[in-house]
Design a protein around this ligand. Structure first.
Ligand code: PLP
Length: 395
């Protein structure tokens, strides 16, 4: 057999990065074990029936052939308008490419920004696919640590130190896994470095509908940043449409032109009936997005209330997204050890911090993705387990 390309055979960088725990939890569930899963960012509700009706009507109406590769005019316009309404960014339909989900948009954006061997920056902790996405286009990931003591807001000086010779920087606000929403000061610092180092900024804003504190400021709206920013978005989180695979990249018309060429030679677009469902969903406005987001805010508050009367386990209160990071270092366990034992002893599955990079070691990520009552039960078990481990350590 001929050799596989290094680019793909090395895409994960080796090691399981804590994902073995997730697969074990899934295997237990498939075998009928009652595992309470607080792992990946998937809603406990499904796509709303009216969105599905719009999808079915479009398909039945014949929108099942090849759709326009850049995306339908309607959807591109609605995405542009949504970005305009968030921060008055002068986007029109020519500034938007529709993609099969945010993940493929991240890949496409890095393909545009980086040549083989180029350095692509990202902040650690990071969404688990980021380094592989960068390797997948032949670029080399370079992680810059954001610190728990800063609430995981990256420091300008750290970024400046690490960014010499880099081509791109991937940012994510609201952030998965930390829940940080970047402050104006953080974004201004990033903008200064982007300018000084002439970086492309790939801004992953798929959680822009889930903000609990402060406001989300799209990076493209920062002074002078429009031309160098590729904004990634998606209906996965905002409309519970994870399985529809519907996302976008917004950027300069010239950038989008190159990205349309990439789509022509890779995905050849997104199914028209899915796009029509997405257009219908977006046309319902921000109220619907707030309704989809509401349970996560409620459950975030449940976790923080449970932690209020103790000192050992700390949360970095998430300002956005559908997760809470817990600092479990007081138990003396690594995130992975904690997760393995919690699954064995309590049948609760979380993601160990190690899945998200070096900076999240000693933490676990709890996804806020079970119905309230079951979520409360999972928290009971999690905190009972934690109390036991703290007692064992003290004994
Ligand atoms: N970016 C972040 C930070 C995510 O957490 C996810 C999914 O969990 C994605 C991108 C990809 O989302 P999708 O491809 O479903 O749009």
């Amino acid at each position: 057999m001929p050799a596989f390309s290094n680019r793909l055979s090395g895409i994960t960088g080796g090691g399981d990065d804590g994902w073995s725990l997730f697969y074990r939890a899934r295997a237990l569930k498939d075998a009928g074990e009652p595992v309470l899963e607080l792992t990946i960012g998937e809603h406990d509700t499904r796509t709303a029936p009216d969105i599905l009706d719009a999808m079915a009507a479009s398909a039945r109406g014949g929108h099942t052939g090849y759709a326009a590769v850049p995306g339908t005019r309607d959807l591109r316009e609605l995405v542009a308008r949504r970005l305009q309404s968030l921060a008055n960014i002068p986007y029109g339909p020519e500034n938007v490419l529709i993609t099969p989900g945010g993940q493929s948009a991240l890949f496409a954006a890095h393909s545009l920004a980086c040549d083989h061997g180029d350095t692509a920056l990202l902040f650690d902790p990071y969404y688990a696919t980021y380094p592989g996405t960068i390797r997948g286009v032949g670029a080399v990931p370079r992680a810059v640590a954001a610190r728990p003591e800063d609430g995981f807001q990256p420091r300008e000086a750290d970024l400046m130190d690490a960014s010499e010779g880099a081509k791109s920087l991937l940012i994510n606000t609201p952030n998965n896994p930390t829940g940080a929403v970047y402050s104006d000061a953080t974004l201004e610092g990033i903008a200064r470095v982007a300018e000084a180092r002439d970086l492309w900024v790939i801004s992953d804003e798929v959680y822009d509908a889930q903000v609990w504190e402060g406001t989300h400021r799209p990076f493209a709206s920062m002074p002078g940043m429009f031309g160098r920013t590729l904004t990634v978005g998606s209906l996965s989180k905002s409309h519970a449409m994870t399985g529809s695979r519907l996302g976008w990249i917004a950027g300069s018309a010239e950038a989008i032109g190159h990205l349309i060429n990439l789509s022509t030679h890779t995905t050849y677009g997104v199914p028209g009936y899915i796009q029509d469902a997405g257009a219908y969903a977006l046309s319902r406005g921000p109220k619907v997005e707030a309704e989809v987001a509401a349970p996560f805010r409620r459950r975030r508050d449940m976790v923080l209330a449970r932690l209020a009367d103790q000192q050992a386990i700390k949360a970095i209160p998430p300002a956005g997204a559908m997760y809470v990071m817990l600092d479990i270092r007081a138990t003396g366990l690594s995130g992975l050890e904690f997760g393995e034992m919690l699954l064995d002893e309590e049948r609760v599955a979380i993601m160990p911090g190690e899945s998200f990079g070096e900076a999240a070691k000693g933490h676990i990520r709890v996804a806020l993705t079970l119905p309230d009552e079951i979520f409360a039960e999972a928290l009971d078990r999690l905190f009972a387990f934690t109390a036991r481990k703290l007692a064992e350590k003290a004994a």
